[in-house]
Design a protein around this ligand. Sequence first.
Ligand SMILES: *[C@@H]1O[C@H](CO)[C@@H](O)[C@H](O)[C@H]1NC(C)=O
Ligand SMILES: *[C@@H]1O[C@H](CO)[C@@H](O)[C@H](O)[C@H]1NC(C)=O
Length: 502
Amino acid sequence: MGLRCSQTVPTVVLIVVAVVGILLLVLPAKEMALPPENMYGIVLDAGSSHTSMYIYKWPADKQNNTGIVTQHDECNVKGGGISSYADNPSGAAKSLEKCLEQALTHIPKFRHHQTPLCLGATAGMRLLSITNASKSQRVMKEVENKLQSYPFKFKESIILSGQAEGVFGWVTVNYLLENFVKYGFVGHWMNPGRDTIGALDLGGASTQITFETSEKVENKSNTMELKLFGKTYRLYTQSFLCYGQDQYLRKLLAHLIKDNYPNSTVFHPCYPKQFNEYVILGKDVFDSPCTVDSKPDKIDLEMNVNVVGTGDYQNCLKNVKKIFSFENCKYSKCSFNGVFQPSLRGRFMAFSAFYFTHKYISTLTNMDMTSPNQTAKAVRHVCNMSISEMTTKTKQDEKYMKNVCAVSNFVQVLLTQGYHFNEVSLPSISFEKKAGGASVGWALGYMLNLTNLVPAENPVVMKALPIGPWKGILFLSIILIFFALGYLLFVYRKAKANEGMV
Ligand SMILES: *[C@@H]1O[C@H](CO)[C@@H](O)[C@H](O)[C@H]1NC(C)=O
Ligand SMILES: *[C@@H]1O[C@H](CO)[C@@H](O)[C@H](O)[C@H]1NC(C)=O
């Protein structure tokens, strides 16, 4: 009489349970990460040209693990960097209000008092503190008072050192790429055994290079040891003040003006043909500590100079190189300006203005840039373009496009002649703006450090992410279904065989 109920019913029930199990696992996966379970952290990245606010989040019960901090929100402060408010410090504080209001609404209210809030200012403020320390202190004080007036857990508002900026950028890159620890199969954190990747950052007023090295670091100020998850990393880091793109452009212009002083017209080989602009010497060129070297004696700071573009690649490159010094190295080897640098090692990620420059060149030329020669060809092509061709192709404002040739040449010289990237190592640089959904920069590394989200010791007991047991149960359910189906088949065959005998 075929299959008996006593044999099939339990099996069918098992299958139904397993299927329901799978459905339960699959369907509510999104809701498992509901905001109330998250903790948040806010970092204000006060750069030289502008300030950005980043809100990060992570599951509340997993503060001591890693690989789980993600970017929740981002806000760009309108107007210039806080250092541009040197003569109006309260304006610097006021400029942050809109983004902080956004943070109030984008972070659940009951978490506000637990949400760390910090501000790190970089090279723009480093320069202002050189120019006039009391002005920079007043700006920082106003900003701090403003931050403390919000219900968040205010941590600090500081000017980061160049080394800290470099190292936090390196931590961000490697954290986002899961190079420290990785979430492995069935809920175990493990060291992925991967090499770390170097970080190249180009800001408005400084540029940083940071990478792991096993060589002797001949200048102590370039070395940093970090202990993360029980592993020690030896880093080389260097920040070049005045070699961010804006200050660099100023240095280049100052150098061109000095050679022509007191002519009121200056030809700029890096500006596109048919482009010209007027600059006021005291305001646009010689108001920065970066250009004091090129300041002519008895200069008229009120003077207007007409800067006329000639779009001349060779001449541009020649002048750009003059802003670097490749002599007087007192160590076994140097990058430039007498700064020690060990041999480059491993792959690199280049971000911030490196990314934008790379993107502009590739949008403008559609050319491959994987070798130093190809890069030079692409840059030459860019320098031959007119300003209108550039603005049409990239749909970007003239104020950015006028500098693409100059900045491309700068990046080219910095990477190949400054840092010594060659045929082999240049293609190992990846130019990125984001990784793992988060902006690449120093801000995330800074917050991870400030909140101990990257512990020095390897946590002994590591808790599982929801995704871990989730995968495990899914796997078991599928096995169960196969098992039950196999059993049903077996019972069915046996029953058939019995029938045949009757
Ligand atoms: C994280 O670690 C710190 C010290 O290492 C400890 O005080 C804190 O309770 C830990 N937090 C959690 C959620 O385990
Ligand atoms: C710095 O700025 C203050 C005004 O905030 C001014 O009184 C002082 O003279 C300036 N110092 C220098 C060295 O320029």
